[in-house]
Design a protein around this ligand. Structure first.
Ligand SMILES: *Cc1c(COP(=O)(O)O)cnc(C)c1O
Length: 445
């Protein structure tokens, strides 16, 4: 099963998550259903927080990268665990604020922040904005001047690391829509530019080299490049690095092709980053910066599963067997986007051995609407409850109403107690913003 003890098979042979029987969850809440294990989420937040505190001290902050899974409850958990969050849109900012999350512990990212998003962030009193374009620096400066404040910012730099991961989730090679390139001098020019602005305070740099990365060395290399660049800027521009934000990107287990990483091993990743920052600071005679990391997937990914009910089964002799479920790309578009792989479990017969290779398809009118291709499963029957593991990150947050399917609700489980954190959509919700102009109104004939 998955990496740790979040999932069990109980005496009935049913899959259990956070002490809740998945078959009962399906009965009580319906399917498709996203289920999140609160204990797991909190444990991962603490692993990172405690490791930074122990290895680096108070001069550090863990941010939960909330684009992985955003809803009001998750911001409450992050706040209770004394970590910050990053947001990448006005919508995430709004959700966090509505949940009472303190703006000073928020960072805002994005490669094209809209003017009104910058305004909203400043009005909220956001802790830091990570600028990713000249025009953004101008806008933040102008808007901060209007409000009579000086806004702390970081620059997103691109250190040019090739991390071993899927091309679509690589973000720090030279050809990327993200960041100012270090190698061609852009990052230096932008540093000089930002330094002379009156209403922004350039605190340092941010880099995020990609996602679902397992090689510790990729992260260490990124730290080294960032610290070398900062030392360079100290020498050439007398710029003093106050903050270094190293992004997220730690890989998680989806299938047995991925390494299983224990909580202790995630701590080792954080330790490796800390060690590299300390070593580089010492080498170049820099003071230790305020250190920020922002994992998303590794906090929430394995905490979540999706439950479906098996429907139509189509066996195409000598070709393929399709097992269709009541969800699909509208709740999990990651196969369609990246050919992502997942592990399925028949939740009502979790002890049974896998005897066939099937492709799990969704219900959308799209051939690419696949949840998992060529996976091993016991002989599935219509009515079985199927669990897909490791769907906590980038599933609900990417969900959509394609084919006007309802986005499934989310429940949070803890010691067997399950509560909605996102309620089910109704058809009326889907139609809520539809308007029929008068000229199209149905005429009585
Ligand atoms: C997506 C993202 C993260 C989190 O990445 P994970 O792979 O989910 O850990 C962190 N920082 C930035 C800027 C991101 O875009």
């Amino acid at each position: 099963m998955n990496t740790r003890d979040t999932l069990k098979i109980n005496a009935k042979g049913h899959l259990e998550i956070g002490g809740a029987d998945c078959v009962e969850l399906a009965q009580n809440f319906g399917t498709p259903l996203y289920v999140f294990d609160e204990e797991y989420i909190r444990r991962m937040m603490r692993v990172y927080r405690d490791t930074l505190q122990r290895e680096y001290g108070e001069n550090s902050l863990v941010l939960y990268a909330s684009k992985a899974f955003s809803c009001q409850a998750i911001y409450r958990i992050a706040d209770e665990e004394n970590i910050g969050v990053d947001v990448v849109s006005g919508g995430e900012l709004y959700t966090a604020l509505q949940a009472g999350f303190p703006a000073k512990n928020m960072y805002m990212h994005g490669n094209n922040k809209l003017d009104y998003e910058i305004g909203e962030a400043l009005d909220a009193g956001i802790g830091c904005i990570v600028a990713d374009a000249y025009s953004e620096i101008d806008k933040i400066d102008a808007e901060a001047a209007k409000r009579g404040i000086v806004q702390p910012i970081l620059l997103r730099i691109n250190p040019g690391i090739e991390a071993h991961t899927h091309a679509f989730v690589q973000t720090a090679t030279t050809d990327s829509k993200f960041g100012f390139s270090v190698s061609d001098g852009t990052a230096e020019r932008v540093t000089a530019y930002a330094m002379q602005k009156k209403n922004v305070r350039l605190d340092g740099y941010h880099c995020h080299i990609g996602s679902q990365i397992f090689e510790k060395q990729s992260f260490v290399l990124a730290v080294e490049k960032c610290m070398d660049f900062a030392a360079d800027m100290q020498n050439r521009l007398a710029f003093k690095l106050k903050t270094l934000n190293l992004g997220g990107g730690f890989g998680i287990w989806y299938t047995d092709e991925d390494r299983k990483i224990s909580a202790e091993e995630y701590a080792e990743y954080a330790k490796a980053l800390v060690a590299a920052v300390k070593r580089k600071a010492q080498e170049s005679g820099m003071e230790l910066p305020f250190l920020v990391i922002e994992p998303g997937r590794s906090i929430i990914g394995e905490a979540g599963i999706t439950l479906y009910t098996v429907g139509a089964i189509k066996d195409i002799p000598a070709v393929k067997k399709y097992v269709a479920v009541d969800g699909g790309m509208f709740d999990n578009p990651r196969y369609a986007l990246y050919q992502s792989k997942y592990t399925p479990v028949l939740a009502n017969r979790a002890n049974e051995e896998a005897t066939e290779i099937v492709t799990i398809a969704g219900k959308c009118c799209e051939s690419g609407d696949i949840i998992a291709a060529n996976v091993a499963l016991p002989k599935a029957q219509s009515g079985d409850i199927l669990a897909i593991l490791s769907t906590g990150a980038y599933n609900y947050s990417m969900a959509m109403n394609y084919n006007r399917n309802k986005i499934p609700p989310c429940v949070l489980v803890n010691e067997g107690v399950a509560d909605y954190i996102v309620k089910p959509q109704s058809y009326a919700d889907i139609n809520r913003n539809d308007v029929i102009p008068a000229r199209l109104a149905k005429k009585t004939k």
